[in-house]
Design a protein around this ligand. Structure first.
Ligand SMILES: [Zn+2]
Length: 505
């Protein structure tokens, strides 16, 4: 039993009048307030209707609390869940009943509609699944006989049977964690059964993504509208937007031997929050529209400079074409150096077989890098051609020779096919412009790797991956909550969205 200083009770402490310094003897009863019977905590709920009628104060739940150990203080997880579930169930019940009663009469003629019993309905909320009885009413005789024979007013209110904020949190957590982990996390802290929730959580998250997808406008081969004279009349734009796009692969769950390609991107305006983009290549029917909408949400104007940084791949490059008039496509410096690094490794490997040739190849690569960095395309092109020939002519027993030759050829093709997308990187870099900074690469890692690439987390089908990318990119750039607030304007008044604010920051 802990000793308490009985001579200086704290204000508000319920130890009653001052007691003499206690002397504890085996048989002595515990003094009041110390180690007596557990206290009883009753939670009362009183609801005043919108008509001002004050309902009874009902006890929703009761806890017996000991007061001996740190774990006795406050509500336990189980008690917290029980309290939330009980308050939620009562509140929703009163609200649902009020809603149904108000709609008992025919909205057309005002006659009271005949009841045809009710049917059970489960409304899934963050604070538990609430079981409700949804009253069923006969169709009013004043109505045509085309419609359904019965109506259930409650279905107009909760047609999806899921509370918007439950959908929101499920979609958000599923974007960050595997389905089972997200379901477990919800069940850890909220009065939601974890059992079948893995499937439910998945289904809900996909539903959210599908709703967002349905809002996306139609695809167009070209998003450039108007004419240069109109664009010039526009106000001066806020600054350049730099958008990095890159590809990544995930395993196909249907056919484990094959992969499918994702395209992910990050668009960074000068003065606005960045946004992410993600799609499954070949599955997405609206890739250009998707990119256009991301830029538009960042205030894109037709007279605004936009730089698209890519790895130079055909599909990704095609995606950036005809999206906005003042766009330039730039081969990402990071991807150039990455290829040069691989080539240097091969060239170094040649040293074990021919030191002189290895040194010559490495020197050539240094020169190519320097020429590309300074935008000297013509000479870089020549050097690359010589280099490719030199590698082709190598006759050494280097085991990676075949790979080396292939890599040299691919590099030459990439540079040649992106001739129009090479810039003076050095100059841009000195003027403080973003020319790479691994923007694209880090985007791939952020959007894909953590969630998709690990085998045990791979969420299979192209459709599933594509939909999940839609909620994931929105979770990452903080636009998931604003989307919900647009769908459910009542959520906008809620201050409980620190998580979304933290994301946006
Ligand atoms: Zn009627």
């Amino acid at each position: 039993m802990p000793r308490m200083d009985q001579n200086s009770p704290k204000p508000g402490c319920r130890t009653g009048p001052q007691l003499p310094t206690p002397v504890f003897v085996e048989s002595s009863p515990a003094p009041p307030g110390i180690g007596g019977r557990p206290m009883r905590v009753s939670i009362l709920l009183q609801i005043t209707g919108d008509d001002g009628a004050i309902g009874p104060a009902e006890e929703v739940t009761t806890f017996e609390k000991a007061n001996e150990r740190p774990e006795d203080l406050g509500l336990s997880i189980a008690e917290g869940k029980a309290m939330l579930a009980a308050v939620q169930a009562r509140t929703v019940l009163v609200q649902a009943t009020t809603w149904s009663q108000r709609r008992r009469c025919c909205p057309a003629c005002g006659a009271r509609r005949r009841s045809k019993g009710s049917y059970p309905l489960v409304f899934r909320t963050l604070y538990g699944d609430v079981e409700l009885d949804s009253p069923r009413l006969h169709r009013c005789p004043c109505q045509t006989t085309d419609g359904p024979a019965t109506v259930s007013p409650l279905c107009d209110l909760i047609s999806s049977h899921v509370a918007p904020e439950r959908l929101y949190l499920e979609a958000r957590w599923v974007s960050l964690l595997p389905y089972a982990a997200a379901a477990g996390l919800l069940a850890d802290v909220l009065p939601i059964a974890s059992g079948a929730n893995r499937t439910t959580v998945r289904e809900h998250a996909l539903r959210v993504a599908e709703r967002a997808e349905a809002e996306l406008g139609e695809e167009r081969p070209c998003f450039i509208d108007g004419c240069p004279a109109e664009w010039e009349a526009l106000p001066i734009p806020e600054g350049r937007i730099v958008a990095a796009l890159d590809g990544g692969y995930v395993r196909n769950w249907d056919d484990r031997k094959s992969n499918f390609e994702l395209i992910v991107g990050r668009s960074v305006p000068e003065d606005r929050a960045p946004r992410y983009l993600g799609l499954v290549h070949g599955y997405d029917r609206k890739p250009k529209r998707r990119l256009f909408e991301v830029l538009k949400s960042q205030g894109l104007q037709a007279n605004q400079d936009v730089t698209f940084l890519t790895d130079g791949g055909e599909e990704v490059r095609a995606l950036t074409e005809l999206v906005t008039p003042e766009a330039e496509h730039v081969l990402d410096w990071f991807h150039i150096t990455m290829r040069l690094t691989v080539l240097s490794q091969y060239a170094r490997g040649v040293a074990h077989h021919d030191k002189a040739k290895s040194a010559r190849l490495l020197a050539a690569l240094d020169s190519i890098k320097w020429l590309l960095w300074h935008g000297n395309q013509y000479r870089a092109g020549e050097e690359i051609a010589f280099f490719e020939d030199d590698v082709d002519d190598l006759e050494v027993s280097y085991p990676n020779l075949g790979k080396f030759k292939r890599a040299a050829h691919e590099f030459a093709v990439t540079i040649a096919s992106n001739a129009g997308s090479l810039i003076n990187y050095g100059e841009r870099f000195r003027s403080g412009e973003r020319i790479s900074s691994c923007l694209a690469e880090s985007t791939v890692n952020t959007v894909i790797s953590k969630r998709f690439a690990k085998r045990q987390q791979t969420q299979g089908t192209k459709r599933g991956a594509h939909l999940l990318l839609q909620t994931r990119t929105r979770t990452l750039d903080g636009t998931l909550r604003p989307l919900f607030e647009r769908w459910y304007p009542g959520l906008a008044n809620d201050n409980g969205n620190e998580a979304a604010q933290a994301d946006a920051a």
